[in-house]
Design a protein around this ligand. Sequence first.
Ligand SMILES: NC(=O)c1ccc[n+]([C@@H]2O[C@H](COP(=O)([O-])OP(=O)(O)OC[C@H]3O[C@@H](n4cnc5c(N)ncnc54)[C@H](OP(=O)(O)O)[C@@H]3O)[C@@H](O)[C@H]2O)c1
Length: 266
Amino acid sequence: MRLQDSVVLLTGATGGMGQAILAQLVATGASVTAVGRDTAALAELDKRYGASIVTIAADLGIPDDRRHLTQLMQHTTGFNLLINAAGVNDFALFEDQDDEQICDMINVNLTATLLMTKSLLPLLKKASESCVVVMGSTFGAIGYPGFASYCATKFALRGFSEALRRELADTRVGVLYLAPRATRTGMNSRAVEEMNAALGVRMDSPETVARCLITSLENDMSEVHLGYPERLFIRLNGLLPQLVSRSLRKQLSTIRQFANTPVEKP
Ligand SMILES: NC(=O)c1ccc[n+]([C@@H]2O[C@H](COP(=O)([O-])OP(=O)(O)OC[C@H]3O[C@@H](n4cnc5c(N)ncnc54)[C@H](OP(=O)(O)O)[C@@H]3O)[C@@H](O)[C@H]2O)c1
């Protein structure tokens, strides 16, 4: 799709990836409604981009806030690109996770993405070309210890994206499922970064993910997984999951050790 004249709703705009995506969208000439909860971060974005963007504070877990966003987009001429980039994660062994954190992950990552997409689809269908972007993860294709609830939401988003894309195949609305591998943003605690270093897991910059998103949209891609060897492991996991299980079994004690490290956010 042509991004130059796109009118975008970007959730997660205050986050690590969201800010990188926003910068690259603005550079292409797109006009963007940027959504987050952190009002100080939104004010920074306002200052940085001026009239190129509109910022909106909204909690996607709250139905009234989602309704408000939908109403706003109903009054935004030419809206044609929804980027669902908001998300939460909580690295912990499953049995140690609070029920509240599990519910929050499902609510923000999954429920809010589905409901925002559903309420905005009628508008997207009116555009001459439009797209829904769903931010997935390598953990939407590989079940990884320490991320069971997060994996549940991202596996579900991958299934949702595939089904919706097929359902919309005779419309002008595309669905792009973009699955980054580990990325250096505030989402990952120091424990996750140290675990990744110990296990040799490579981490991308948010700018790399944003560039990949822009290219994927420009080339009308439908499902994109970032990173090698992650792409290979995803294929292997589909064909011979027991091989991947064996390899992860060897990492389990390291993963447990970092999962039990007290979490401190930057
Ligand atoms: N970082 C990684 O390693 C990685 C890898 C693969 C996929 N992903 C996915 O990439 C996406 C972006 O993640 P990130 O790395 O940029 O994380 P991040 O830096 O922690 O940013 C998360 C974003 O989500 C927003 N958000 C969280 N809860 C919200 C809620 N209830 N209502 C509205 N907004 C909410 C945050 O807004 P406020 O800060 O304003 O509250 C923030 O803008 C997520 O879907 C994540 O699952 C991340």
